[in-house]
Write a protein of this length. Structure first.
Length: 391
């Protein structure tokens, strides 16, 4: 009995040991399978990442990857570039010492026809070589308006100036029908270009300004035959410092169909010139006037060419009918609108040519001889019979 018990115990122990060993073996096999499976999965993921990198952007895995932090790089602040300044034209400023003394007082009276002018605008400009013409208007140095007595007063540093009085007809206090010119510059002028210098070195009390009276100027422009010249240009000018400055009249600045003109201007010395297109070129005449009152009797005669008429003849004295001819001065053809022509069936002709020494030549056709005349002195209208012959 006891032996059977021991045998049964050993059998039970052996059976338990076998079960234990089989359990350990199963655990080992499972653990090995897990390890191998994890290695296979890792290998597949590495293979997939390698293929994705060669084909395009990386495909994220199921496990998020935290990027490694980038090193911080400190960059010093750089100023933004600014646009270059706009190019400017720099005008040099004359170097001058500013006046720090006491200005001088310039005073005077503005009159028109001996009577004081109320509300006239007095303006003062610096006098220098750049301000000798009507334009451009130089910078103003001082200005004032006359009172009821026509008096004015301005303060100026020492220097040379031009001073003048404007009649401002936009001012209700001014009378536009008083018959005096709207602007008159101190001295003998009508615009700033003709003003005389006013030198200020101390108080000046004699800078009086007399407005110029407006006068009427009328007349006619005629040719040497006394016939009126229509559409002749009438120009006015005034010489100052060797320069002829133009003046602008009030009224008709060209002649009408009868050759008459009519305009108004300030009373002063001036030059009147008429110009017209003559038959031989531009023609004109001038008159120097010292206007102190109306002048309506003016006549300007312009030389529009010499009227020459007669008969073309040959060496035997016979008329040369239907002959084309021209006028020559020396070896040069005289060019003008009527310096040549054609004789009629009786050899007669009439032309207008400028003054000078000329001769006549024909315009020969094919097979015809070239004919010319002697020299003739042309100094006015005349009748002559040029003889054309072979020379």
């Amino acid at each position: 009995m006891r032996a059977d018990g021991h045998r049964l115990a050993r059998l039970a122990l052996t059976k338990m040991l076998g079960l234990f060993l089989r359990g350990v073996l199963a655990v080992a096999i499972i653990a090995a399978g897990l390890v191998v499976g994890e290695q296979l999965r890792a290998t597949r993921e590495q293979l997939a990442r390698g293929q994705a990198a060669s084909a395009g952007p990386a495909i994220p895995t199921t496990q998020p990857v935290t990027p490694a932090p980038k090193p911080t790089v400190r960059v010093s602040a750089q100023p933004r570039p600014t646009a270059p300044p706009v190019a400017r034209t720099v005008v040099p400023t004359p170097v001058s010492t500013p006046f720090t003394g006491v200005p001088s007082v310039v005073s005077g009276t503005v009159t028109a026809g001996g009577k004081p002018v109320r509300a006239a605008q007095v303006m003062v400009y610096p006098s220098n070589s750049f301000n000798h013409g009507p334009t451009p208007v130089p910078p103003e140095s001082a200005s004032a308006t006359t009172d009821d007595r026509g008096s004015y007063q301005v303060s100026l540093p020492p220097g040379a100036y031009r001073i003048g009085a404007f009649r401002n007809y936009n001012n209700n206090l001014a009378d536009p029908t008083d018959g005096f010119a709207g602007v008159t510059w101190y001295g003998d002028g009508y615009t700033i270009g003709f003003g005389k210098d006013l030198v200020v070195s101390s108080n000046v009390s004699a800078a009086d300004i007399a407005m110029l009276r407006v006068v009427k100027v009328a007349g006619r422009v005629v040719g040497r035959d006394g016939v009126g010249v229509p559409n002749a240009r009438v120009d006015l000018s005034r010489s100052y410092g060797g320069i002829q400055f133009p003046l602008v009249p009030l009224g008709l600045a060209a002649t009408d169909p009868s050759g008459a003109f009519n305009f108004s201007i300030a009373a002063m010395p001036l030059t009147l010139r008429a110009q017209a297109s003559g038959l031989t070129g531009e023609a004109g005449a001038t008159i120097d006037l010292d206007l102190r009152a109306d002048r309506t009797d003016l006549v300007l005669t312009i030389d529009r060419g010499n009227i020459v008429g007669g008969t073309l003849r040959d060496a035997a004295g016979r008329p040369l009918p239907n002959t084309n001819f021209g006028v020559w001065s020396g070896d040069a053809l005289v060019f003008c609108t009527s310096c040549g022509g054609r004789s009629d069936s009786a050899g007669r002709f009439t032309i207008t040519i400028p003054s000078g020494t000329v001769h006549f030549k024909n315009w020969p056709q094919v097979g015809e001889p070239e004919l010319s005349s002697k020299d003739y002195v042309i100094s006015g209208d005349l009748t002559l019979d040029p003889v054309l012959q072979v020379h």
